[in-house]
Design a protein around this ligand. Structure first.
Ligand SMILES: [Zn+2]
Length: 375
């Protein structure tokens, strides 16, 4: 070590910043305050706190949570399972990628999880799978559960053309192609039939010989059972699909919560179907800007049966859980990070009004001495 450097260090130790007068004392104090502020900032949620999209954090850590993300007329749900696994049901339209991405980020942060164990793609419409590729690119998606209705085309094309051109839906083709290329495990819902994740059971209610030709009626429909409560997810299934479900699954359709089919469109949720499901709550994923959805007919049917409606149009993002007292619902509301806020304001105030008493005293003594000399 050079003599000059040694001298500098010795000089610094003898005369550190905080002894060098007003400016250096303030600088040291400010650096100290900023360090504590940064520490508190990260301690109290950090960047996540400033996300535009509000996370419904009322049930953080609860082993069973159903999160409904507001993607207007589209579907995107995150389910936290009792075995700490995550299911994502649909991904919303790519127009709302920022909302979905931000929500997943916060979900992982608050729930201390880091992968989407099952991504259920109910059917091939853009308002359901529009963000699937982006989510697979950004997050660790382990399995995809999808309807088998297009599998014929996939098999045919896989032998002759590795591009997987499926005429029905270009987006769906791209999603499947991406998943194949990236070796993401894919299963058909009807092959699974049911699965258990901790205390939670999922039954896929499949139509064995589905003859429908439109995408909505290829939707994966499933019933989620946790403790004594159940949730029925309908995708965009329509009335004719409901009729088939009734003929096959009748008693199994009864559920406490119904994710209403097709965003509350009048093509779904018939009175007969509602009578059999007999839900207490209805989840509606629809837009507040839409004049068509949800339809008055469906709202009237739900209201007449005293079914409590929770819609993304009215509540924005929200979450549900099951406790000993039953099913609970809470919408996402921002709670200010008071401690970080108070500290930030405090730091600024102190920096403005604070004066170094030691330095000022020294100055005062000097001036008194000076005066004495003059006197
Ligand atoms: Zn839809």
């Amino acid at each position: 070590m050079g003599q000059r450097l040694k001298y500098k260090i010795r000089k610094f130790l003898k005369n550190p910043f905080y002894k060098r007068g007003d400016f250096y004392v303030k600088l040291t104090f400010t650096i100290f305050c900023i360090s504590i502020f940064i520490f508190l900032f990260f301690l109290f949620d950090g960047i996540v706190y400033f996300e535009n999209i509000i996370y419904a954090k009322n049930y953080v850590g609860n082993p069973f949570q159903v999160h409904v993300i507001n993607v207007e007329n589209g579907d995107a749900f995150l389910l936290r399972m009792p075995n700490n696994e995550t299911i994502m049901v649909d991904t919303g339209d790519d127009k709302y990628y920022d909302r979905v991405e931000s929500y997943i980020k916060q979900y992982f942060h608050y729930e201390k999880l880091n992968s989407i164990d099952y991504l259920i793609l109910t059917h091939s419409d853009k308002d359901h799978i529009g963000n699937a590729i982006s989510i697979m690119k950004k997050y660790n998606v382990k399995n995809i559960i999808r309807p088998d209705v297009y599998s014929k085309f996939e098999e045919t094309n896989s032998l002759t053309d590795d591009k997987y051109i499926i005429t029905e839906s270009e987006i769906y083709s791209d999603v499947i192609k991406y998943a194949f290329d990236n070796k993401i495990q894919m299963v058909f819902a009807n092959d699974l039939k049911s699965m258990s994740l901790g205390e939670c059971k999922i039954n896929f209610l499949w139509l064995e010989n589905n003859k429908f030709t439109d995408d909505n009626n290829h939707s994966i429909v499933f019933k989620l059972i946790y403790k004594s409560k159940s949730f029925l997810f309908m995708g965009d299934a329509e009335e004719k699909f409901e009729e088939n479900l009734i003929s096959i699954y009748k008693d199994e359709l009864n559920a406490d919560v119904l994710k209403v089919g097709h965003h509350g469109s009048k093509t779904s949720t018939s009175q007969e179907f509602l009578n059999i499901v007999n839900p207490k709550f209805a989840i509606l994923s629809c837009s507040s800007r839409s004049s068509i959805l949800p339809s008055h007919e469906v709202i009237d049917r739900l209201s007449n049966m005293n079914i409590k409606i929770a819609s993304t149009a009215n509540e924005g993002n929200f979450a549900m859980t099951v406790t000993d007292s039953g099913i609970e619902f809470a919408k996402a509301t921002r709670k200010p990070n008071y401690l970080a806020l108070i500290f930030a304001i405090g730091t600024i105030l102190v920096a403005i009004v604070w004066k170094n008493p030691v330095y000022n005293n020294t100055k005062a003594i000097k001036s008194i001495k000076g005066k004495k000399i003059i006197e």
